[in-house]
Design a protein around this ligand. Structure first.
Ligand SMILES: C[S@@+](CC[C@H](N)C(=O)[O-])C[C@H]1O[C@@H](n2cnc3c(N)ncnc32)[C@H](O)[C@@H]1O
Length: 277
């Protein structure tokens, strides 16, 4: 049985900020004066990185008066992106304490702390009142969560009536067994993949209305081949979060995900749903 400590332990290195600062220096960026753009290769820790965050944001109607929730926010790139793009307030919650502290550090450096804040906590028991948020999103998080009903029920609780929920997840495909380690789990014992059908079912069972449910396999494969061409031309890959977070394990976890998607063992899905008005 995976515990919260196991999940946080999987993502914790103890020297993440130092390694991020070194990476920025390597890019010719002063780590004390980063921009949203200079952080983007590192702080969107999900498939297709910034590109996927941008697409998700453009598919939603968010206004400056909105307060949005980022569930499993990592080091906060998507939350800062939403606040900058829409002028809204964003709150991120994440189990991994080190991620929350790096997220706060970067948010201060970008002068966004009046609109973006981070709480360390469990998505299954969030420290927020009922009906707090106008919208919520969660990117590449549910693979760490065994109890999907508890996850969707808790999100439903903190959303206002009529609020949207956007999910970008990796689902279990029809192909053969998934190879581990992956970016979210070292072994199958700590990985909780649902099929697309089961995800749809559990969302509906917990009260959500689904307006959009998309298999994003083609986009993931196309992003992978674009990245390989850039690297062959001697450029840095556009998405370097896995390298930052997983260090020496990055090549292996990335290869396992790429193969898994190619062979339909893993299926990236993008979902937009809402709580009834
Ligand atoms: C692959 S990372 C994605 C981070 C972020 N969503 C992003 O796209 O940049 C998965 C994140 O989910 C967080 N997480 C996993 N289980 C969680 C839970 N039960 N409650 C809160 N956060 C959780 C992890 O700590 C980790 O930061």
């Amino acid at each position: 049985m995976t515990t919260d400590t196991d999940v946080a332990g999987h993502y914790t290195s103890g020297d993440l900020l130092k390694r991020l600062q070194q990476s920025l220096l390597g890019d010719g960026i002063d780590p004390d004066c980063p921009t949203l753009q200079s952080l983007a290769p590192y702080d969107h820790f999900h498939g297709r990185g910034l590109e996927a965050t941008q697409e998700l944001a453009e598919s939603l109607a968010v206004s400056p008066s909105d307060h949005v929730l980022d569930i499993g926010c990592g080091i906060g790139g998507p939350a800062r992106y939403f606040a900058d793009r829409f002028g809204c307030h964003a709150t991120g919650i994440d189990l991994t304490d080190e991620f929350c502290s790096v997220a706060r550090h970067l948010t201060r450096a970008l002068n966004l702390e009046d609109r973006v804040r981070f709480e360390q906590g469990d998505a299954l028991n969030m420290p927020f009142d009922d009906e707090t948020f106008n919208g919520a999103y969660s990117m590449n998080v549910s693979m760490n969560i065994a109890d999907k009903d508890a996850f969707y029920r808790e999100i439903y609780r903190v959303l206002r009536p009529g609020a949207w929920l956007a999910l970008s997840e990796i689902a279990q495909g029809p192909g053969t067994q998934v190879a581990y380690p992956t970016p979210w789990a070292l072994t199958a014992d700590s990985s909780f993949l649902a099929t697309p059908e089961n995800t749809r079912e559990r969302l509906l069972a917990n009260g959500f209305e689904i307006s959009h449910f998309r298999d994003a396999t083609r986009d993931a494969l196309e992003f992978g081949s674009r990245t390989r061409s850039l690297v062959e031309q001697g450029e840095k890959p556009p998405h370097r979060a896995v390298n930052l977070i997983h260090g020496g394990l990055a090549a292996e976890v990335s290869a396992n995900v790429a193969e898994g998607i190619k062979e339909s063992r893993l299926v990236p899905v993008e979902i937009i749903c809402s709580k009834a008005p």
